[in-house]
Write a protein that binds this ligand. Structure first.
Ligand code: SAM
Length: 275
């Protein structure tokens, strides 16, 4: 089960989130033998459609799948009556599509919501990779973007104050090596991967410590949802203290040195049936 209340979060999600990795996605789509304007794309765990908005006028058809109806309804408001758009409510671990439907499947920032490691395995993620493989056409492309465990403490400076949330996210996020292994097991070949060395997904909001005191900002980063009320109070108190002593910007800058080198997320490009 997910740990974020997306029925509430959907209302403000777009304000504090960018579409990091969109250049990587477009770069992958244009390398296909199928012209981008003819491609049928699935965005699984599409949320409010930040990536769909970018792609809808570029590709043949965009399908969006999400488990949360209210997230999907935000897309309808942004792209009303667009004939290229097809939305479905459902789980990416059990996709409601026939096999060999799509030229490409995207999963952005959604994998950490579907699984927790058990007995050394990520069963839901393995199932999802099998599903992506099933619904892709021959030579179809899979682009996966997620924040990896090593990026959490540097890519999101507030994580430093919430070791409990970081521990939980580690249980929900496979390492690079594990992702490579699971992709191969599902029948993919890993073609490339890249750290997203871009400005933070939260844009300028990232650098303003006062935003941490706003529920609207916190709703844009799921780590905050893992805190109990007491833990949240403690985290905010520690940030407040650094704000009062004037040390907060120095603190953010120290994390920033590393964030700029490793990014907040990694994008993987894998392909079906290359052998
Ligand atoms: C952090 S949001 C990312 C949304 C979008 N991909 C983006 O990058 O802006 C995670 C999304 O995954 C969806 N989600 C969680 N579990 C899912 C599942 N099993 N199947 C499909 N969508 C799921 C949530 O409802 C939410 O919309």
């Amino acid at each position: 089960m997910g740990f974020v209340n997306y029925n509430e979060t959907c209302k403000t999600y777009d304000k504090t989130r960018g579409s990091v990795g969109i250049e990587f996605i477009i770069g992958t789509l244009v390398m296909s033998d199928v012209p981008i304007s003819k491609q049928v794309i699935l965005d699984a765990g599409c949320g409010t459609g930040k990536f769909i908005e970018c792609l809808i006028d570029m590709v043949g058809e965009v399908h969006g799948l999400d488990i949360n109806e209210n997230m999907l309804s935000q897309i309808m408001k942004k792209c009303p009556e667009n004939r290229n758009l097809h939305l479905k409510i459902g789980s990416m671990a059990n996709m409601p599509y026939p096999e060999r439907t799509f030229d490409a499947v995207l999963i952005n920032q959604a994998l950490q919501h579907i699984d927790t490691e058990r007995n050394g395995r990520f069963y839901q993620i393995e199932g999802t990779f099998n599903e992506v493989h099933r619904v892709l056409k021959s030579n179809g492309n899979f682009v996966l973007n997620l924040s990896l465990p090593h990026q959490l403490p540097w890519g999101f400076w507030w994580m430093f104050f919430m070791p409990y949330a970081m521990e939980e996210l580690h249980k929900r996020t496979p390492t690079t090596e594990r992702i490579e292994f699971m992709l191969e097991e599902a029948g993919f070949e890993l073609i490339s991967m890249a750290s997203m060395i871009t400005p933070p997904s939260q844009g300028e909001y990232y650098f303003e410590p006062n935003n941490m005191f706003s529920q609207e900002f916190r709703d844009g980063d799921s780590a905050w949802s893992l805190l109990s009320d007491d833990e949240l109070g403690e985290v905010l108190q520690r940030i407040q203290k650094l704000c009062e002593t004037g040390e907060i910007h120095q603190f953010i800058n120290s994390k920033e040195q590393i964030r700029k080198q490793i990014g907040q997320s990694v994008s993987f490009h894998a392909q079906k049936d290359t052998r």
